[in-house]
Design a protein around this ligand. Structure first.
Ligand code: HEC
Length: 254
């Protein structure tokens, strides 16, 4: 480095140091952060207001339930309430499940918004979440009504760490309503018609080389991949090194 350049770099270091010194020792003065107000509309902030009679009501989009589902513990770190106890449930006798009512309940945002996590067939089911498994053909698994009833009433009996809320145990769905949902789920059989809209296909997106207009089958075809061929350049010449079979030994630090 030339002498002039050395002097310049020293000057820069001094200037930076002087600049930092004015904003506190760690350069992280909270007073310097401009005050911030959220631009989210009230319905999206998850706010709860207290009514004159003392009841709590959630601020929601028009048509959404205003029920405060506060009985089911949220995943917020600050929510220190205990969980609703896990409940074993038996399907009530004497109630005949109505699949049409069950489907409406499955989609009802004011009830258990199942489509928030699960996909089922239908043009009106969109957007659907994928936190839970795709239930489009769950009836093909031939699960018993009792099992499905328990899964919806309180899935924690089978999946202790599940993120699916216990709809029956919290009272979000009544036993009768759950019977209707079970009747609906038992109608969901494959094979499904091919999905018309590529954007709605739950299968992995096609490679960018595939045309965007090709229709993608909703069922995975049987595995019939062509056998991998060696690239032509590798036919002659040096042999490719075989893939290592074991992890190389870890050497102790010097
Ligand atoms: C917050 C997300 C979420 C919501 C909302 C939700 N589920 Fe689930 N559900 C899951 C997850 C995750 C699983 C997979 C179980 C697991 O491993 O946790 C599941 C599994 C299931 C299963 C399959 C159980 C099995 O044994 O394969 C059924 C049936 C089901 N849910 C029904 C419903 C119904 C009906 C509703 C609406 C009343 C609903 N779910 C709402 C997340 C959700």
């Amino acid at each position: 480095m030339t002498r002039a350049a050395t002097r310049l770099s020293w000057l820069a270091t001094l200037l930076i140091a002087a600049g930092c010194a004015t904003t506190g020792s760690d350069g992280n003065d909270p007073a310097s952060v401009p005050t911030w107000t959220t631009r989210a509309i009230p319905e999206a902030r998850g706010e709860i207001r207290t009514l004159p009679d003392g009841k709590r009501e959630a601020l929601r989009y028009a048509g959404w339930a205003k029920t405060d589902f506060g009985r089911f513990r949220t995943y917020a770190y600050t929510d220190t309430r205990g969980e609703v106890p896990v409940q074993r449930a038996t399907m009530p006798a004497g109630v005949t499940g109505d699949p049409r009512k069950g489907r409406a309940l499955f989609l009802a945002r004011a009830k258990g918004p199942c489509t928030g996590c699960h996909l089922i067939p239908g043009d009106d089911v969109w957007p659907a979440g994928n936190v839970g498994p795709d239930l489009s053909t769950i009836a093909d698994r031939r699960l018993t009504d009792d099992y499905l009833y328990q899964q919806i009433y309180d899935p924690r009996l089978v999946f202790p760490q599940t993120s699916m809320p216990p709809w029956g145990a919290t009272g979000a769905l009544t036993p009768e309503e759950i019977v209707h949902v079970v009747a609906f789920l038992q109608t969901l059989k494959g094979p499904l018609p091919p999905e018309k809209d590529a954007d709605r296909n739950p299968r992995p997106a096609p490679s960018p080389r595939a045309s965007a207009t090709t229709s993608i089958p909703r069922t995975i075809p049987p595995c019939s991949w062509p056998r991998a061929r060696r690239p032509s350049g590798m036919r002659r010449g040096r042999r490719a090194r075989p893939a290592p079979t074991a992890m190389p030994a870890v050497r102790p630090p010097p």
